[in-house]
Ligand binder design. Structure first.
Ligand SMILES: Nc1ncnc2c1ncn2[C@@H]1O[C@H](COP(=O)(O)OP(=O)(O)OP(=O)(O)O)[C@@H](O)[C@H]1O
Ligand code: SF4
Ligand SMILES: [Mg+2]
Length: 395
């Protein structure tokens, strides 16, 4: 049996170290499920987010995608500390903010802001746009009172709205314009990180592109980093150089744009992508074959053993029910959590992870096995598992 550690590939030219703005490590959020009545007992937990790790670099964007209920918003709400995580770390500029109390969080509220999905419910209908955008300036006493209005007008201009419309009410604007107001409000305090939770899902398709272009311009001008949450892979494709795919509270695949869109290795990513119109395929003729997933997403209160995707996976085997696949780095900027990673039609017959985990091909403990240390650390290492040579390994 060859040593698993020999099948790690080294990046020939490691990139210069740049510190991430956000580093999330093994983040968890379990919501208690309680009985009704006077004495409310906890009878279980919704494992909404269960051990998620990722990084967001300076002035760049990470897309977080997955079906409804997979834990995207909960992740975003923990990062902005609207929720206190059950466990794990949220390092913002190197400092763990996961357990900070409300007082210690105050200065951070300026640095991390959120853009919400539905602009009509996130803006107070009784306040003018000037009051809405100016509120953070007044609360945090950023500028003198007489400088609030000029700053509001400046922000309206930045998001492409008429600065003279500061005394109008939200209902006097269209859906796309209201989202621009939400973006202006999020920018008021010059944040370093914006968590955008489905910022364009409620908008017409024609307006979606305009708002995404605006976010792109803002990123270029102000160097803001984004955690961009979306249902589908088409929305994040052009905005996010890196994408994480979530399923039932876990990241199943994460990587740079080329890895995720051109060579996805996880059956779930492949299914999600098959639902996205493929421009390249259309150019050469024909359509990408649609992969239909059977069954419903299982309950996060009692998720399946082993791989959480196994109840819907077209290529699942015995090991998938016994052992959870680790999020294994398989490329310079590519990680996948599957025992049988491969492009469509080329998934290996045997689990590539068995030796690394010290189990046999069915997932039973292997007495002769020596498990490798596969951490769930955020970011990427400069060594990774080489899928092409996994049986023999390569220095
Ligand atoms: N406050 C809460 N209490 C209990 N369960 C919750 C709470 N918030 C979310 N959940 C559950 O946690 C899981 C993840 O929810 P979340 O809103 O993060 O999903 P999502 O990926 O954002 O979905 P969507 O695409 O529909 O917005 C779901 O099963 C949801 O029902
Ligand atoms: S680990 Fe098994 S069940 Fe999970 S995605 Fe891979 S093949 Fe499917
Ligand atoms: Mg959501």
């Amino acid at each position: 049996m060859s040593d698993a550690k020999t099948s790690l590939t080294k990046d020939p030219a490691p990139a210069a170290e740049t510190k991430p703005v956000l580093s999330v490590d093994n983040l968890r959020m379990y919501f208690p499920v309680k009985t009704s009545g006077i004495i409310r007992r906890t009878v279980g937990h919704v494992q909404a987010v269960d051990g998620v790790s990722f990084e967001v670099g300076a002035a760049t964007s990470l897309g977080l995608v997955g079906e409804s209920g997979c834990g995207k918003s909960t992740t975003g709400r923990m990062v902005t500390r609207l929720y206190k995580p059950t466990g794990g770390e949220i390092k913002f500029e190197g400092r763990d903010i996961a357990t900070l109390n409300a007082r210690a969080l105050m200065p951070l509220r300026r640095e991390i802001q959120m853009i919400f999905q539905d602009p009509s419910t996130s803006l107070n209908p009784r306040h003018t746009v000037g009051t809405i955008i100016g509120a953070p300036l007044r609360i945090h006493k950023i500028v003198p009172r007489d400088k609030v209005l000029p700053r509001v007008q400046e922000l309206l201009e930045v998001v492409g709205l008429n600065p003279e419309h500061y005394n109008r009410y939200p209902h006097e604007f269209s859906g796309g314009q209201r989202q621009r107001i939400g973006i202006a409000r999020a920018l008021t305090l010059n944040p370093k990180l914006l968590v955008a939770d489905e910022p364009v899902s409620a908008l017409d398709v024609s307006i979606q592109a305009q708002v995404i272009n605006l976010l792109q311009d803002i990123q270029k001008e102000f160097g803001v980093s984004f955690l961009f949450i979306a249902h589908d892979l088409a929305v994040v494709r052009h905005f996010c150089p890196e994408i994480a795919v979530m399923y039932l509270g876990k990241i199943v695949e994460i990587g740079d744009r080329d890895s995720i869109y051109e060579a996805p290795q996880h059956p779930y990513t492949q299914a999600l992508l098959s639902a996205v119109p493929d421009v390249k395929q259309a150019q050469v003729g024909g359509r990408r074959e649609r992969i239909r997933l059977e069954g419903d997403v299982p309950s996060p209160i009692n998720p399946p053993s082993g791989c959480r995707f196994r109840t819907r996976c077209p290529i699942a085997q015995d090991i998938c029910a016994r052992v959870e696949p680790p999020l294994l780095q398989i490329g310079k900027k590519h990680k996948v959590a599957c025992h049988f990673p491969g492009v469509i039609g080329k998934h290996p017959e045997k689990p590539v992870t068995a030796r690394l985990l010290g189990v046999d091909d069915e997932g039973r403990p292997d007495p002769g096995g020596s498990p490798a240390d596969i951490g769930n650390a955020p970011g990427y290492a400069d060594t990774w598992f080489d899928l092409e040579n996994n049986s023999m390994g390569r220095a």
